[in-house]
Design a protein around this ligand. Structure first.
Ligand code: PAF
Length: 281
């Protein structure tokens, strides 16, 4: 496995691989890899000949007061995990390489970024889209794999690719969970023991939504209300940011589950903000 830190070298290696007839699969990450990331790598491996993983904690997707400095980092561990997964290239640029001091261009999206997480993190998706566009321009992948835990992010990237005519196929891969159901996330490591126990309330809320829908409830109001009650009861350390039921494509709120509906939620457990989702209908 090659570790590459420079944009020019990364681009040259990727171009050479493609010129030799290989399909390049790409998994962008912010490092501190876990099984969820590794499942994306395996998906990329199934669909491509050469797999590139980027490890870059993107400063411009963190808002003021968010956890940029505290975000967990352990490149040596990430490198070993990538090597074990037979990753071909680990792209590990520094902030100066990705964002010179005169970086002034950002990508905006006018609708999908305003709802769900975008409502309380107004510059987050602008930062995500900008860095992903830059990474696409450097790696020039045929396929890029994103996790469905960040369902809104995946939808926004799909739209960016379509609207800006990037020549990359966006693939989303299923959520990977801990044995008790908590969705894997690098941020889980912030949780204290007591918080970790209560963090499973997000998953339990989603299971309740699936059960209610399975029993015939199609009104999203009672489904969301049931989830809210369960979380409040199960997790006194939690503060709900949102529980929404939206059309999976447009992310517009829906009153009834009469199409593919994303049930998405964000909950703070202590200081840690966790997100999770499921699709019903
Ligand atoms: O999902 C993430 O880890 C990040 O948002 C991404 C896509 C790597 C961009 O920094």
């Amino acid at each position: 496995m090659r570790v590459i830190e420079s944009i020019s070298e990364m681009r040259a290696v990727s171009r050479k691989a493609r010129a030799e007839g290989n399909r390049v699969g790409f998994v962008p990450t912010m490092g501190y890899l876990h099984e969820g990331h590794l499942s994306l790598v395996r998906k990329a491996r199934q669909m491509a000949d050469v797999v590139v993983v980027s490890v870059f904690v993107n400063p411009i997707q963190f808002g003021p007061g968010e956890d940029l400095d505290a975000y967990p980092r352990d490149f040596e561990r990430d490198r070993d995990l990538c090597r074990n997964e037979r990753v071909d290239v680990c792209f590990f640029p520094c902030v100066e390489e990705m964002f010179g001091s005169d970086h002034n261009v950002y990508i905006e999206e006018a609708r999908l970024t305003k709802v769900l997480c975008g409502a309380t993190r107004p510059t987050h998706f602008r930062g995500v889209m900008t860095v992903v566009a830059k990474l696409f321009n450097v790696v020039e992948p045929d396929i890029a794999v994103f996790g469905r835990k960040d369902a809104q992010q995946a939808r926004i990237i799909e739209c960016m690719v379509k609207d800006l005519n990037f020549g990359v196929q966006v693939v989303t891969a299923p959520i990977v969970r801990e044995p008790d159901g908590l969705a894997m996330s690098s941020r889980n490591r912030y949780l204290s023991e007591a918080e970790r126990k209560q963090a499973v309330c997000l998953y339990n809320g989603l299971c309740l939504a699936e059960r209610l829908y399975g029993e015939g409830e199609v009104r999203t109001g009672p489904i969301r209300e049931g989830m809210r009650r369960l979380i409040d009861e199960e997790a006194p350390l939690s503060v709900i940011d949102y529980i929404e039921a939206v059309d999976y494509e447009s992310l517009r709120p829906v009153e009834r589950v009469d199409r593919e509906t994303l049930i998405a939620l964000a909950v703070r457990i202590g200081k840690t903000r966790l997100i999770d989702n499921t699709v019903i209908g």
